[in-house]
Design a protein around this ligand. Structure first.
Ligand code: SF4
Length: 89
C-alpha cells in the first residue's frame, strides 16, 4: 500500500497509484486469479500487479509454483485492457 501511494518499486512504471482492489489467487492452483483480475478491471483497475510473494517468493524465497501459468492466463484474458506487472516490491 505504501509503495503504491509513493509510486516506488514496481509502481515506478505507472506512477503514484491508488489500490482499488486486493484479492488472493483463490487457492492452489490459482484458478480464480483470472476471474478476479477481470473483476478488478471491470471495477476500474488500470493495472494489475501480482504480488512479489507469488512471483518472487518474498520474503522466504518460496514463489508460487503456478505463477507463470497464472500470469500467462491473466495476460490472455485482460492483457490488452490493462497494464500487467509481475511484482510489487
Ligand atoms: S501457491 Fe500459488 S496458487 Fe497456491 S495458494 Fe499460493 S499463490 Fe495461490
Amino acid at each position: 500500500m505504501k509503495v503504491a501511494a509513493e509510486g516506488k518499486f514496481a509502481f515506478e512504471e505507472i506512477g503514484t497509484s491508488e489500490i482499488i482492489g486486493f484479492v488472493s489467487c483463490g487457492g492452489c492452483p490459482g484458478k480464480k486469479a483470472v476471474t478476479r483480475a477481470k473483476m478488478m478491471v471491470d471495477r476500474g483497475a488500470e493495472a494489475i500487479l501480482v504480488a512479489s510473494c507469488i512471483s518472487k517468493g518474498n520474503p522466504i524465497g518460496f514463489p508460487c509454483p503456478h505463477y507463470e501459468k497464472m500470469q500467462e492466463s491473466i495476460e490472455k484474458k485482460i492483457g490488452t485492457q490493462v497494464k500487467l506487472i509481475g511484482w510489487t516490491h
